[in-house]
Design a protein around this ligand. Structure first.
Ligand code: SAM
Length: 285
């Protein structure tokens, strides 16, 4: 079996049929069948022969082989044991591919013999946000993530005020997301019910964010708890019961007390987290 067979829906169906494999919806198995999109993914990953790629959900290897031709090493995670013999066969000629037949959520960067890495994948939709969180909040995060995800989720991740959400802010806390291109559902087999997008997230240097990480995420959780309420009311209901103290914190962070969570920019949230943290420290002393 060769790599180009995977790009022909008829041949792909035959390969799976002869191995008695039915694509599993529960594992998000919608295989990419368009060469142009494969090329766009590889080009967006911006690889050199020094790069380690962690590929998430390698499937039958449609991305693995071209990624391996550009990178030093590709560690390809695929949870479905039924696909592994085909994945091994398709990647046979690429001697820099290491297939890991396991759940990518078990990923531990420490076990890799590299300083940096890049994440690439046509993500299984059912856990796409969890996978992004896993890598972005790693103590040693990747330089970038290039992923295919549902278009609507990609748009939510890239949203700016006044349309932000917990998801957009959680991702933008760590990196700069950008939609490279939208992808029609007809470029996958079996065809999913929604269109996709190719999203690139370039991870930002820490720049002091880590110091307020815990406060930032606690603020997001409480701040977006009730959509109809003002930010300050949510924070008073779910975090610190003293409204007058929040008014002081808002003043110090130069934020209007009537603000709604989705209107704040990343800089606003970082100032709010910084001021709240400072008040916590003062109160303890
Ligand atoms: N890369 C292939 C492609 O582009 O055609 C397959 C992409 S398909 C959308 C997602 C793949 O992720 C499936 O092969 C599925 O079995 C695999 N997968 C699902 N959950 C996983 C997990 N937790 N860890 C690793 N792989 C997973």
């Amino acid at each position: 079996m060769i790599h180009s067979d995977l790009l022909s829906p008829a041949k792909l169906k035959n390969i799976l049929l002869s191995a008695n494999i039915n694509p599993k919806k529960s594992l998000g198995q919608n295989f990419l069948i368009d060469r142009n999109i494969v090329n766009k993914v590889v080009s967006a990953a911006d690889l050199s022969k020094n790069d380690l790629v962690i590929e998430v959900g390698a499937g039958l290897g449609v991305l693995t082989v071209p990624l391996a031709s550009k990178a030093k090493t590709v560690v390809a995670y695929e949870i479905d044991a039924r696909l592994l013999p085909i994945l091994e066969e398709v990647t046979e000629q690429s001697n820099n591919v290491e297939v890991r037949g396991e759940d990518v959520l078990n990923f531990k960067f420490q076990i890799l013999n590299f300083k940096t890495y890049k994440v690439v994948g046509n993500l299984p939709y059912y856990i796409a946000p969890r996978i992004l969180r896993l890598f972005l909040s790693e103590s040693n995060p990747p330089e970038s993530l290039v992923v295919i995800i549902q278009q609507e989720v990609a748009q939510r991740i890239c949203a700016q005020p006044p349309q932000t959400s917990k998801l957009s802010l959680a991702v933008q806390f760590y990196g700069e997301p950008k939609i490279i291109t939208t992808i029609s559902r007809s470029f996958f087999w079996p065809m999913p019910n929604v269109d996709s997008a190719l999203l690139k997230i370039v991870v930002k240097p820490d720049a002091g964010r880590q110091a307020v990480e815990e406060c930032f995420f606690a603020l997001l959780k409480a701040g977006f708890a009730s959509k109809r309420k003002l930010l300050i009311s949510n924070l008073t209901n779910y975090l610190l019961k003293n409204r007058a103290q929040w008014e002081e914190i808002f003043l110090a962070a130069k934020l209007p007390v009537l603000a709604r969570a989705e209107q704040l920019s990343m800089e606003d949230w970082l100032r709010l987290a910084g001021e709240w943290k400072e008040m916590n420290i003062k109160n303890k002393n």
